[in-house]
Design a protein around this ligand. Sequence first.
Ligand SMILES: Nc1ncnc2c1ncn2[C@@H]1O[C@H](COP(=O)(O)OP(=O)(O)OP(=O)(O)O)[C@@H](O)[C@H]1O
Ligand SMILES: [Mg+2]
Length: 241
Amino acid sequence: MNKIIEICNVSAAYGESEVLNQVSLTIEKGEFIVIIGPSGCGKTTLLKTINGLVVPTKGEVLVKGEQLKECNLVFMRRNIGYAVQGAKLFPHMSVEDNICYVPELENKMTGDEKSRLVRRMLEMVELPFELAVRFPRQLSGGQKQRVGIARAMAADPDILLMDEPFGAVDEITRKTLQEGLAGLWQKTGITIVFITHDIGEAFRLGSRIIIMKDGVIWQEGTKDELLRSPRDKFVEQLISR
Ligand SMILES: Nc1ncnc2c1ncn2[C@@H]1O[C@H](COP(=O)(O)OP(=O)(O)OP(=O)(O)O)[C@@H](O)[C@H]1O
Ligand SMILES: [Mg+2]
């Protein structure tokens, strides 16, 4: 077994109010983890402890065996792609520059290298290369979403954190994006931690599903395990939607 993310007894708070209560979760390399639970239960906060955007008040997080609080976060984050709902692209940069942003930080690329990378990334998310010169305001919601994923993947990260990345797109685009992501995961062996509100999406994508409630992990398991033995009414309701 090859642990890539270890969340050990992590609590987190905003000011006085605690939103994570002693959460522990170990993720093996190559897992596709899906986190689901009611709004406000702490999903985004938990995800952000993995790339250091939220610092735990108690407990610790290790990524690839390194304690986040002791490592250089700027370097560590280049290994961790982060894609959020609405994609949050840099508005003043073209699609090409958005996609090349992180790889360029690592080493200067020639024009040729950039366009090769951009071509490969756009192909992966099934967008035409012609979009490379456009700015985010000239893209549809679904296209922005795809560019956001392409950007998160461009630095060839070992870990991809995704916070409701398909939340804002229509059903058909969502299906296509889900299939694309599942294919990518199988091809690359990347470790994915993915938040959703949609149990169908969770079952379709996750190799393991984490159900959160009120700042704790309420139950976890594969789709079959959860369907076979839900812990209580709460889980039953969540998975029967
Ligand atoms: N920056 C912040 N300052 C203060 N409170 C916050 C902040 N961010 C989140 N919270 C609160 O912490 C709790 C957990 O928030 P979090 O964003 O982790 O929930 P979530 O499970 O991702 O919810 P959603 O499904 O709505 O995205 C919520 O009660 C929220 O209001
Ligand atoms: Mg959230």
